[in-house]
Design a protein around this ligand. Structure first.
Ligand code: ZN
Length: 469
């Protein structure tokens, strides 16, 4: 099965979890599960596309049959459908209607399964910050977490990262913001890397930290790898271009890793130019985990087909040909708690043909998805606003929101609502928003029916900064 002519990266040193055993390493329970999955992923990535689709169909049947039995939503929509009689993956998919974010928002209780195998592990709620500005929540099992970790490790292995080096992380979901603002440090890279591999130190900082402070912190810790969001990387590069010493001394940096937003080619080039290193991007969402990672041998992303079925659909709902742009529709093959079957994520991407690297995993040329901007405060601070977390649903029946910064003093809260809001609800939303943004902006309201229109190119951004440079 494996293409013998292509290099198969050797695993870096493993981390032993058994007391008294240094070598050969014996990993702990999570590490053993991840090793079992990674061993299979290293084989399946080289399977021909048809073999991957055949395996996906086997798993999709399991999922559909479970959903028909235990989810009211799917039982109704898929009544009478026999996935075991589908001739192939495409045939099976064609018989299943699309799910939209609005379905998750309005009838998640019906989508959720009343039962799932207890062996899938503990179920928890994953809140999406909303790549299209519509808040959604999905239940996910321990199994989903395991697959997510396996794909994250696969990305590290494809990029041949040296785990003995240090890692700096500037991101949103860091615990204890006060601590994070000062910078937190760990003895190793944390999960999932430390479940299986030995690793060097890592350092974390909140994305809401001013970029000047971030640069100081990076100069102190001199990381080999930096993980952050494209907009934040761009702000760091702006700073380095304006002040040559801001990021001087980052000579140990080997690579920047980006997550959470669309990475544009000019930013890759700027990073190479300013910091002298390349960028490795990862496409994931809270609802389904890791979707696609960059091919280590070429331009573009490979889809994580062992975990999900990925479709790119044109406006007429037909599959895109190579080079065409379409909507990302995914089926999470292992979520038996809130089955997402042909779920329209609200992101856009460009399809590609087979990859020259030889992997059978489908290729995506570009992820066009969402793009967030940095919020600007009158004192010159700039940071990424965590708009998805501001809790508007607790205050009013908001279906969709968009925040537009018009000036240093004024923001517009654009809403699509289930019913007209009262004056008191508007006031409460405005109060919550200024508290969340950390500055007393004047808040204007703007209502859209039935939904907030998309921007140029069909994209939707939940935060837009209209202040020109
Ligand atoms: Zn490839």
């Amino acid at each position: 099965m494996k293409n013998g002519s292509l290099p198969n990266p050797a695993w870096p040193p493993l981390q032993s979890r058994l007391p008294g055993v240094a070598w050969p390493a014996v990993p702990g329970q999570q590490g053993l599960l991840l090793a079992a999955l990674l061993t299979q992923l290293e084989q399946s990535q080289w399977w021909p596309a048809a073999a991957i689709e055949k395996a996906q169909l086997r798993q999709l049947r399991q999922l559909v049959e479970h959903a028909q039995r235990h989810s009211r939503f799917h039982a109704e929509r898929l009544a009478g459908f026999r996935p075991d009689q589908a001739r192939g993956l495409q045939d099976c998919l064609a018989a299943i209607p699309l799910m939209r974010r609005a379905d998750l928002q309005s009838c998640r209780a019906d989508i959720d399964c009343a039962w799932l195998p207890p062996e899938h592990g503990e179920v928890s709620l994953a809140q999406s910050t909303g790549s299209t500005g519509e808040p959604v929540a999905v239940r996910r099992s321990g199994l989903n977490g395991l697959i997510w970790m396996a794909m994250t490790l696969r990305e590290h292995l494809w990029q041949r990262r040296d785990f003995s080096q240090s890692l700096a992380v500037v991101r949103a979901q860091l615990a204890e913001e006060d601590v994070a603002r000062r910078g937190v440090s760990c003895a190793d890279w944390g999960p999932p890397v430390n479940h299986l591999f030995a690793s060097g130190p890592s350092y974390g900082m909140s994305l809401q930290t001013d970029v000047t402070r971030q640069a100081e912190w990076l100069r102190q810790i001199m990381p080999a790898y930096l993980l952050t969001y494209p907009n934040n990387l761009s702000a760091l590069l702006d700073l380095a271009e304006a002040d040559s010493v801001a990021l001087a001394g980052l000579g140990r940096l080997k690579q920047v890793r980006t997550i959470g937003e669309t990475l544009r080619d000019p930013l890759r080039e700027r990073c190479r130019c300013v910091l002298g290193v390349g960028v490795a991007d990862l496409y994931s969402t809270q609802e389904v985990g890791v979707i696609a990672i960059e091919c280590p041998q070429g331009d573009g992303y490979h889809v994580m087909s062992e975990g999900l079925v990925f479709e790119l659909l044109r406006d007429d709902d037909q599959p895109c040909a190579a080079g065409e742009m379409g909507r990302v529709v995914v089926t999470d093959l292992h979520n038996f708690a809130t089955p997402l079957i042909r779920y329209d994520l609200g992101d856009l991407a460009v399809a590609d043909g087979p990859c020259a690297c030889g992997r059978g995993l489908p290729k995506v040329r570009r992820i066009l998805g969402r793009e967030r901007n940095l919020l600007r405060l009158p004192d010159g601070r700039r940071f990424w606003p965590l708009v998805g977390a501001f809790g508007y649903r607790d205050v009013a029946p908001v279906r969709q929101y968009q925040i537009i910064q018009r000036s240093l003093e004024r923001v517009t809260l654009r809403l699509a609502v289930e019913r007209p809001l009262s004056v008191a609800e508007e006031a409460a939303l405005a109060e919550k928003l200024v508290e969340f943004l950390g500055y007393r902006f004047v808040v204007d309201f703007d209502y859209c029916t039935p939904e907030i229109p998309r921007g140029p190119g069909g994209k939707f951004e939940d935060f837009i900064c209209e202040i020109a440079d």
